[in-house]
Design a protein around this ligand. Sequence first.
Ligand code: G16
Ligand code: MG
Length: 218
Amino acid sequence: DIKGFIFDLDGVITDTAVFHSRAWRQVAAQVQVAWDDQLADQLKGISRMESLNLILARGNKVDDYTDDEKEALATAKNENYLKLVNQMTPADILPGINEFLAELKQGGYLLSLASASKNAQLVLNKLGLAGYFEKMVDPTSLKKGKPDPEIFRRGAEILNLRPENCIGIEDAAAGIESINGAGETSIGVGDPKVLAKANICFSTTRDLTLNNINNVFN
Ligand code: G16
Ligand code: MG
């Protein structure tokens, strides 16, 4: 039986992707790499430095910058991003998430966060949701990012739960793969074609209710 829920942040709890994109877009302009929606999509769930490398690779510019220069570009992106995050409020919580978190808390489930973002704590604070999560995976301690199972496996461990007693919730295919690999039940939120490997898929965060989840399993 299910005792815990492990949440992705971006795309499940709030749409930080638009802020990440805006912040990266300025860096892409600086290094003169053309920006498009496809590039923006590729950066979802990917760590900061991997994202920068993807942008540079897009312009065949990976070797044009030293490690120090790359650090500086990644730092510049983060400064752009933090300006946007600092303007976030509870109004930026995705539809239905407040109600779902309250329902889980009331049901006695344990909650952890499995986000690749080093700014996840700040984002949860801005949204007023930090109190719901007993634990957060520290992304700096991970050897591999999503789709590797490590982050979701740790999401269960820090709650002292076994993976089979946990549900992971994700909006990205790489995240679903991570949840499945960890031996947990996966819920996808988004396009069922993209999230075909999820055990359950809902088209929007509005559909995340214990009732809907139980209906699928019973
Ligand atoms: C998020 C975003 C990624 C971002 C990453 C690292 O992942 O989806 O685009 O690059 O975090 O963020 P930061 O630069 O703040 O450390 P997730 O796992 O929450 O979807
Ligand atoms: Mg996500």
